[in-house]
Design a protein around this ligand. Structure first.
Ligand SMILES: [Zn+2]
Length: 179
């Protein structure tokens, strides 16, 4: 879909703005479906790759960000080498009374006990949550902002979310003036 949209817009010969959302990343976060969340993030990564491959970095600016995180995804130490983030940690010394616990958990949401729909990856998809909610809450953690192409150097350090507007506007105005 991203390739189709970019091809159509490039074909118009006009400057354009395109927003592509990996919206099901959020849905998986709300449901605490960790494996689905990883799949959806990989699909979104593929869409970003298509944009970068199909655009000219001398004129195009690609920004990748999120409007919020969902569910409070945590990667708790210490995954084993075989199963990685999908492993369950057990204290090998057995003297602290810690664990076992899954490496991937959420701060809120239906967890493993309040699922109302069958997760796409089956029982192993849902991960525990600390605060039981029918649907996980959005969180206030900082989100990443990645930039590629013309004007990407404006993206650095810690920015207020309104900076995204300023960066886009500056780029779009520069593009339209260049015509
Ligand atoms: Zn949401």
């Amino acid at each position: 879909m991203t390739r189709w949209a970019i091809d159509r817009l490039k074909g118009s010969g006009q400057p354009f703005f395109l927003m592509v959302e990996g919206g099901r990343i959020d849905h998986a976060g709300h449901a605490n479906w960790a494996r689905t969340l990883v799949d959806e993030t990989a699909a979104f990564d593929e869409a970003v790759g298509i944009a970068v491959d199909g655009l000219d970095p001398k004129t195009a600016l690609v920004l990748v960000t999120a409007d919020h995180e969902t569910g409070g995804l945590a990667l708790n130490g210490y995954p084993d080498e075989k199963d990685g983030i999908w492993s369950t940690y057990s204290d090998p010394q057995g003297d602290k009374g810690d664990g076992p616990y899954p490496v991937v958990t959420f701060s809120s949401g239906p967890g493993t006990k309040r699922q109302t729909r069958r997760p796409p990856h089956g029982e192993d998809d849902a991960r525990p949550s600390g605060i039981p909610l029918g649907s996980a809450a959005h969180t206030g953690v900082d989100v990443a902002l990645y930039a590629w192409g013309a004007g990407a150097d404006r993206v650095h350090g810690t920015l207020d979310n309104t900076a995204v507007y300023d960066i886009l506007r500056t780029h779009l105005e520069g593009t339209s003036h260049a015509r």
